[in-house]
Write a new protein. Structure first.
Length: 107
């Protein structure tokens, strides 16, 4: 029998989990226990380092992006496009939602 790496086991478990399963729910219990055994300060620092190297935006950038998005919703061309896709079935169960990329011309 082939030995599987722990990372492969986690990836496989998470890939086969249901859509509402959280990442920690699909990890092996021994891994959850190992992570929980660390000091909160160590986990916080590790998360900070991962976030920094993942190039996540800072809070000010997130706020600016949100404000820009809200402002763009006021543009006449944006409102027109939203009205058009709502008429075609956006936000309703059906073909438009299931094949959104196709209907928006990005697939």
């Amino acid at each position: 029998m082939q030995q599987l790496s722990s990372s492969l086991v986690v990836k496989t478990a998470c890939a086969n989990a249901g859509p509402l399963t959280s990442f920690t729910e699909c990890m092996p219990s021994w891994l959850n226990a190992a992570i929980a055994s660390f000091e909160k300060k160590a986990i916080t620092e590790a998360k900070r380092l991962v976030n920094r190297s993942s190039l996540l935006p800072d809070d000010a950038s997130l706020v600016a992006a949100g404000e820009t998005f809200i402002h763009m919703l006021t543009w006449p061309e944006t409102r027109s496009r939203i009205a058009k896709i709502l008429e075609q079935g956006f936000q309703k169960p059906g073909d438009f939602e299931l094949r959104l990329g196709h209907h928006l011309g990005i697939e």
